[in-house]
Design a protein. Structure first.
Length: 53
């Protein structure tokens, strides 16, 4: 059972990295990171390169 799910992004352009899930099973607590698909991350990087600084 997932207790909390957070979307994780990097940098000022908020490039999506994936989802971080905080879970508990009985007394044990743990977290897992599921990466976003590679094509989603590549699209975000390409868009950031086209933006003038």
């Amino acid at each position: 059972m997932a207790d909390f799910v957070a979307n994780v992004a990097l940098g000022e352009s908020l490039t999506p990295l994936g989802q971080l899930r905080f879970t508990h099973v009985g007394p044990r607590q743990f977290s897992t990171l599921t990466y976003a698909p590679e094509d989603t991350r590549a699209d975000e990087r390409n868009g950031a390169e086209d933006t003038p600084a």
